[in-house]
Ligand binder design. Structure first.
Ligand SMILES: Cc1cc2nc3c(=O)[nH]c(=O)nc-3n(C[C@H](O)[C@H](O)[C@H](O)COP(=O)(O)OP(=O)(O)OC[C@H]3O[C@@H](n4cnc5c(N)ncnc54)[C@H](O)[C@@H]3O)c2cc1C
Length: 418
């Protein structure tokens, strides 16, 4: 009897999941496992890493993954404890010969994977990782990750010209597992909006709504910078960050829409933004530690100080700027803000308050339901002028942004009431 263990992390789906399919193909039975320690309140610069909103989204996604397994005759084992402490015991209990998991990009996650791999190899258990979270597979890029261009435009042009997006894998029809005990996971009280519900089914629902039902994709390029409403942008980010949906599935669906209904700048622009996501992930592979440092990719940080009273004012929406206060309230209370607002809020922390950018990034990490290590720290470093931008960062003029995006005050009225 050959048994493989599939260690789930940020790939909480059965569709287009190469890790899962490989394990099924190479074994008689698989043991799908998630270690709930991922939810522990670890701290970054003394700020808790995960809000209740994100915890809740993770638990909803796990419950839905359990449902996906059950539909296929399988079960997901959820273990309360860290992978470092529990995985070996789990492998012994189920007589596992090989562990299959997603390749990580963050430095801590990569270090942890290496430690676990070494530990398992000592006991004769193989360990294999798969790249399952980007639009382009790293093996298909026309350069090695070591040689990834510093600037996005160069990366995008090369990738688009010389690589192809792979066809997504279909979900397995059957999943055979040994006897496994399961428990429903209860989400904590949280304030995230009702549309922001975790799980693969919800991701597919949102995909169908944005592309097919509302066809909001056909005006995305014009609406993507707005601040209020549901359909001005895709809202795919939270499901992408936990891997409830793959970017390749989104790409394939957009291509289908383009063939059957309409292809324009807007339909392309969603793919363009997914390429930004790829860009930060691949850059993180090259620089796994640099994005967490004050000087980023070896550049001079403009501001190095940290004033706790300024941090309190910024995070709690009590600055002298009403647009900033509205944005920070939305972020704290709902776990989501638009891309434009993220840029404005980050710029204000760095250039308006003249503070160490990393505290801002750590606060976003805490609040955002769609938190993604590469997209968050990569965008923050970019705005602070220490990332993939050689123009000294990006400063936004609050008055101009207010005139452009909240002239009538609707957004501020919504988020300044509490
Ligand atoms: C300071 C700052 C912090 C950010 N932190 C995160 C984060 O932790 N997680 C995260 O997923 N995104 C982050 N972003 C990127 C972007 O703001 C969000 O992906 C986007 O607002 C999510 O909404 P949406 O899904 O409707 O995006 P859409 O505008 O509909 O874009 C479609 C998809 O493209 C990707 N995308 C869009 N813009 C970017 C970008 N600038 N960088 C990388 N990917 C992008 C996302 O996966 C997104 O879901 C950050 C941006 C800034 C400026």
């Amino acid at each position: 009897m050959k048994r493989g263990l599939v260690w789930f992390t940020e790939d909480l789906r059965v569709d287009d999941n190469e890790t899962l399919l490989r394990a099924i193909a190479e074994n008689d039975e698989i043991v799908p496992v998630y270690f709930l320690d991922e939810l522990a309140d670890k701290r970054q610069l003394n700020i808790p890493r995960m809000s209740k909103d994100r915890k809740s989204f993770v638990l909803e996604s796990l419950n839905n993954l359990q449902h996906q397994f059950q539909l296929r005759g399988g079960k997901l084992l959820v273990i309360h404890g860290s992978a470092e402490k529990e995985i070996l015991q789990c492998c012994r209990r189920f007589e596992i010969r090989k562990v299959y998991t997603k390749k990580q990009v963050g430095s801590e996650e990569k270090d942890r994977q290496s430690t676990i791999k070494e530990q398992l190899l000592k006991f004769g258990i193989d360990f294999e990782t798969y790249s399952t979270s980007t639009l382009y597979h790293p093996d298909d890029l026309p350069f090695s990750v070591r040689d990834i261009p510093m600037l996005f435009t160069k990366f995008r042009k090369l990738a688009e010209k010389e690589s192809k997006v792979r066809v997504p894998f279909d979900a397995p029809l059957n999943i055979v597992v040994p006897p496994i005990e399961i428990h429903e996971l209860i989400s904590p009280e949280n304030g995230k909006p009702s549309w922001l519900k975790g799980g693969e089914d919800e991701a597919i629902k949102r995909l169908n709504h944005f592309i097919w039902d509302s066809q909001a994709i056909s005006t995305y390029k014009e609406t993507r910078d707005l601040l209020t409403g549901l359909d001005y942008s895709t809202k795919f980010s939270s499901w992408l960050s936990l891997g409830c949906i793959s970017p390749r599935r989104i790409f394939t669906e957009i291509k289908r829409f383009e063939q059957q209904v309409l292809a324009n700048d807007s339909t392309y622009w969603v793919i363009f933004e997914l390429l930004w996501r790829d860009f930060f992930r691949f850059s993180f592979k090259k620089y796994p530690k640099a994005y967490f440092q004050l000087h980023g990719l070896d550049q001079q940080a403009l501001y190095t100080q940290f004033d706790p009273s300024k941090f309190e004012a910024w995070t709690q929406g009590k600055t002298s700027e009403s647009l900033i206060n509205a944005g920070m309230n939305e972020l704290r209370e709902s776990g989501f803000v638009s891309n434009r607002m993220r840029q404005i809020l980050a710029s204000y922390w760095v250039f308006g308050m003249q503070q160490d950018w990393r505290y801002g990034a750590a606060w976003f990490e805490h609040c955002l339901v769609d938190y993604d290590v590469a997209s968050n720290w990569g965008n923050w470093a970019y705005i602070a002028g220490v990332g993939n931008d050689n123009r000294g960062g990006r400063e936004f003029n609050i008055e101009k942004q207010t005139q452009l995006f909240d002239k009538d005050g609707v957004y501020r009225a919504q988020w300044l009431t509490s």
